[in-house]
Design a binder for this molecule. Structure first.
Ligand code: R5P
Length: 310
């Protein structure tokens, strides 16, 4: 088993390598002056079971290209099996035609990863489970829920918590956590009745005097979450926090969150924290590295991965 890291999230790769007690395979992944990606693997990988770690986060296209070129280098280096480990799978939100003459970019990216040389994929909280079917190679989709559940139990022990899905699309995800923690569930239904009119937030469930915890897979601009936090507080919630797997946090998201009524935003380290995230008073990262590392070990040993879902 060999573990190699591209450049988008070195800290998680180093944590995975420490957990597995396996040094990262030496490789140089660099740019020519015109920004073309060049990869050179400095160790023999012939016949090896190789795992490449890369989140296709910001800058998404550069990081995706780094992954593709690395997969190609490994395939041409005669690796026996190559697993693309994507703690965050970018482009996942473009999983269907959103209008006439628009692409399904998640499928295109799946094709690119497969074509570049991946034999399997390991990822975390895919935006939509069906994306697994975009790959014709095996894909393991891990869940951050067990890590979140443990943290929520520690932090909210005994408190009157209420899990909240910030939109109708996320109900299944939030309900799974509510069920596991034996907590109630509320749902926010966002509607824009007419074009040009502002969005109305209807909260399904009584959140008065409850400590609300929103669950979602992605926070990007922070708009969904901050608006939902305000709506919950306006409806009498005692406090509002959020557990979100992937902290994309683009544009002014961090400023928006620090100015919002959110008590805490907890995300995983599937995307490397920027300096702004590190110093934000109400953002915290939980590491997902042990879960990913354990899944990698089990894949390599041909053992079950599904027992990690509990
Ligand atoms: C949408 O379906 C996702 O689950 C997230 O709710 C969304 O991507 C969040 O985006 P933003 O933070 O930009 O509102």
């Amino acid at each position: 088993m060999k573990v190699l890291s591209c450049n988008s999230n070195r800290p998680i790769a180093e944590a995975i390598s420490a957990y597995l007690n396996l040094p990262l395979t030496s490789a140089s992944i660099r740019r020519f002056s015109d920004m073309e990606v060049f990869v050179e693997i400095n160790e023999n990988v012939r016949g090896e079971d190789v795992f490449v770690i890369q989140s296709t986060s910001y800058p998404a296209n550069d990081n995706l290209m780094e992954l593709l070129v690395t997969l190609d280098a490994l395939r041409r280096g005669s690796a026996r099996r190559i697993t693309a480990v994507l703690p965050y799978f970018g482009y996942a939100r473009q999983d269907r035609k959103s209008g006439p003459r628009t692409p399904i970019s998640a499928k295109l990216v799946a094709n690119l990863i497969t074509e570049a040389g991946a034999d399997r994929v390991l990822t975390l909280d895919l935006h939509a489970g069906q994306i697994q079917g975009f790959f014709d190679i095996p894909l393991d989709n891990l869940y951050a829920a067990p890590v979140f559940n443990k943290d929520i139990e520690e932090k909210y022990n005994g408190d009157d918590i209420m899990m909240v899905s910030p939109d109708v699309g996320g109900v299944v995800r939030a309900r799974a956590i509510a069920k596991r923690l034996d907590a109630d569930l509320a749902i926010i239904d966002k509607r824009r009745e007419r074009a040009g009119e502002s969005e109305v937030m209807n909260i399904i469930g009584n959140v008065k005097d409850r400590r609300c915890i929103m669950i979602d897979d992605i926070i990007d601009s922070g708009g969904t979450l901050c608006n939902a936090a305000t709506a919950l507080m306006d409806s009498g919630a005692k406090s509002v926090a959020a557990y979100i797997t992937h902290g994309v946090l683009s544009g002014g998201a961090v400023a928006r969150i620090t100015a919002s009524p959110l008590e805490t935003l907890v995300s995983t380290d599937s995307i490397m924290a920027t300096e702004a995230v590190r110093v934000a008073h109400n953002i915290r990262q939980l590491t997902i590295a042990p879960l990913i590392a354990e899944a990698m070990r089990r894949i390599s040993d041909e053992n079950s991965v599904s027992s990690l879902f509990n």
